[in-house]
Every structure is written in C-alpha cells, then in structure tokens.
Design a protein around this ligand. Structure first.
Ligand code: IDP
Length: 140
C-alpha cells in the first residue's frame, strides 16, 4: 500500500459545536496526518461546484444551504491507503448505520449534518484538493 492523500471537510455542524479538535484526534489516531488545513466560509458557488455530482438529487438544495451555513475546515490527509482508511474512520453516510467508533457514529446528528466529508477515490481526492489548496499550502 502506498502513501496517498485524501481530501476532508469538517462540516458546519462540527465548527458550530466546537468539536473540530475532537474529530481531528480521531483522524490522527487512525494514523492519518493532517498535512493541509484551512478554516473557510464556503460560498454557494463553491458548494454547488463541489457537490455538482449530486445536483439532481432531492437533497441538493438542503446540502448546499447546510454547507454554507457556517465555517468549514478543509483538510488534506496523508497516510497509507488514506482514501479508504478515512472512509472507514468516517463511517456510513447515515450515522444511524455507521459502525461504533466511527466519526459519524460518535458525533453526527443526521444523514445531512454528518460532520465530515472524505473523497471516495484517489482520482476525486486530487480534483477536490485542487479546488481548495495551492501546492504550497500542503506540507507533508
Ligand atoms: P458521503 O458523504 O458518505 O460520501 P454521499 O452519498 O456522497 O455521501 O452524499 C454527500 C452528502 O450529501 C452526505 O455526506 C450528506 O451530507 C448529504 N446527503 C446524502 N444523502 C442525504 C439525504 O438523504 N438527505 C440529506 N442529505 C443527504
């Protein structure tokens, strides 16, 4: 397994509840290194572009409204098999179905407000990282 990078977002429910440090502790305990991190307010245009793949889904409007409802923390995580490992650490999209010990099982309140985003492939990770980070902002 090679070292790779994935893209993460700590969503507005995490910043609102002041649990970004607690979530980061879970990430670091899973041997993922936070090699890039910025707290930003996402614009509607940024959120719409980021979630473009879901634009025909019934929850798209709700998702964009939620993602722009407060600050988010965008991150680049690095580690062995980082994409799959982070998906495992995040847990299922719906926290009610997430495994014990996962971020979503521990912290999330609903399928919409589910605390974290993580890329679903190495290819998408590269695209998503490039939407929010310059090369110089990532220090491994
Ligand atoms: P993922 O974040 O686990 O990869 P996706 O299916 O890619 O899940 O969905 C993207 C995001 O859209 C979810 O993390 C969640 O915030 C939101 N979402 C997904 N399904 C629903 C739903 O049924 N209602 C409201 N929001 C949803």
């Amino acid at each position: 397994m090679a070292t790779e990078r994935t893209f993460s977002i700590l969503k507005p429910d995490a910043t609102k509840r002041n649990i970004t440090g607690a979530v980061n502790a879970v990430i670091e305990k899973a041997a993922l290194r936070i090699v890039g991190q910025r707290r930003i307010q996402m614009s509607r245009a940024q959120a719409e572009t980021f979630y473009e793949i879901h634009k025909e889904r019934p929850f798209f409007g709700e998702l964009v409204t939620f993602m722009t409802s407060g600050p988010v923390v965008v991150q680049v995580l690095e580690g062995e098999n980082a994409v799959a490992r982070y998906r495992e650490v995040m847990g299922a999209t719906n926290p009610a179905q997430a495994a014990e010990g996962t971020i979503r099982k521990t912290f999330s309140e609903s399928v919409g407000e589910n605390t974290v985003h993580g890329s679903d492939s190495a290819e998408n990770a590269k695209i998503e990282i490039a939407q929010f980070f310059e090369d110089g902002d990532i220090v491994g």
